[in-house]
Design a protein around this ligand. Sequence first.
Ligand code: DGT
Ligand code: CA
Ligand code: CA
Ligand code: ZN
Length: 571
Amino acid sequence: MARSNDAVAAMLQEFADLLAISGGDARKVRAYEKAARAVEGYPLEVDGLDVKGLDAIPAVGSHLARKILEFGDTGSVSELDELRAKVPSGLRTLLRVPGLGPRHALQVYTELGITSLSELTNALREHRLRELRGWDEKSEQNLVTAIQQAHGGAVRFRLDVALELAGRVLARFEAVPGVWRATYAGSLRRMRDTVGDIDLLVASDEPAPVMDALVAMPLVARVLAKGPTKTSVVTDSGIQVDVRVISPSSWGAALMYFTGSKAHNIRVRALAVRAGLKLSEYGLFSAESGELIVAGTEEEVFAQLGLPWIPPVLREDNGEVEAALEGRLPVLVQLGDLRGDLHTHTGLSDGVATLEEMVAAARKRGYEYFAITDHVPLASMRQVTIERALAQRQRIRELEPGAGLTLLHGTEVYIQPDGSLGWEDELLAGFDIVVASVHSYFEQPRTEMTARLLRAIEHPCVHVIGHPTNRGIGRRPPVDVDLEAMFRAAARTGTALEVNGFPDRLDLDGEVIRWAWSFGVRFAIATGAHAVSQLDNVRFGVATAQRCWAAPGEVVNTWPLDRLRRFLGTG
Ligand code: DGT
Ligand code: CA
Ligand code: CA
Ligand code: ZN
């Protein structure tokens, strides 16, 4: 695959777009566009061509040939860099949106203040573009389709997918000579529910071999830009990866900067300014003398600003900087605080592992207790009759003495459209733990959905509401429910709300948890695992709870068994 041609074509296309946006000559814009297409389709690798060879490409004259050579030699083009500097970064981001084009990018940027793909998709969802001059319902829909096609239906990517991909690229970097450290930053390090792109940071005094290793990786589908300090590629799964190579001496400052969030960075930089300092990705400097004060580790930079180290999950400008200044950063729930999983499945319902396998895996994780909560009948599933559930209970009781942990025999019941649970109360009362969740009729109107969930919450046998809003990341919006009414009922009845760690759920999610917390709601961080490997998803549940400052005490499965049993009414 002629990858250098793609990179040059992307460079020329960016040139054309930036020229168009900054009011450049229309003929010149077209010339760059034509050259981009010609290079893309040219049978020879442009990397190996001299001026004469480049000149021979249709639509490429000696002027553009020199630009292409400069790009090949330095990884960048000075005239393009100047153009980039003139165009705000938000607007440049929009230029990369498929199907938008420079003219419309400028329009939505100036008229709607949109600076990112996610803001654009929100505006599309709210039908705000069709209000603009020259737009209508049809052109709006065309853009939606173009974005969906380019992004395989999802504009942002699942945390687990991004994490796995980042791990593969970082493993490659660690094998490059001269690399001192390599890690992920950006929204991935902050463990946001989804990531827009992956930001990787590499500490090395020799950037070139790192960038070469990256673009040579088979998983790279397209090189967007390749330079000595920053390279951006798109992988075969459609995720963009931005790689920055920085000097090991500025590791801490660079990690802080590229971890973000942008809003958090702005807040921290303002603190620096007030202290007569200047903070950048290169370090913390004296504003007056320009002398470097500190840059090596995040802890040092924070300390010089009078702050404790702030965990990345909190860096969203949600008051964490103020809290840090006042010494009241929360004690966050940690993975190690969890004593057990309260929502798991086996082959009795739709899981793929046996009861014995799940229990052995739970023990290996060091859990003190473990709940098996197979589903109850659903048309599309093998029936879990009460006989089979009771047989499972018997096996659990037999297994428990040698299991090395306490086993809870639970069930996950489906909340029917009217809020009933489909099982007799006497049967439900026989389970150690009952998780109730909505698995159908997601489209119910708000009043009905609220009444439905409230009835389940108020049911005396229900201990936990599973994945309470039922959103499916990239596939289904949350149900329409009066959250406040749900929180009040959960707090009043002592029903825990689940923080489901499955990466396409993460439900409840960050903002919602923080709000629920103010009502005194208790949470259960659980996986709903259907396989041994999925027990690992608990870490995403923990990160989700951490993002909204959850402390261990609020999470029922950090409690010792006797306290949990009292909560479940079985102690
Ligand atoms: P994403 O990719 O949409 O999930 O979110 P982030 O937070 O990873 O954003 P991204 O990839 O655009 O940038 C990574 C980090 O780099 C961001 O969190 C903060 C830092 N950063 C990037 N551009 C700027 C900027 O213009 N100003 C400041 N202060 N920080 C920036
Ligand atoms: Ca990012
Ligand atoms: Ca990025
Ligand atoms: Zn489940």
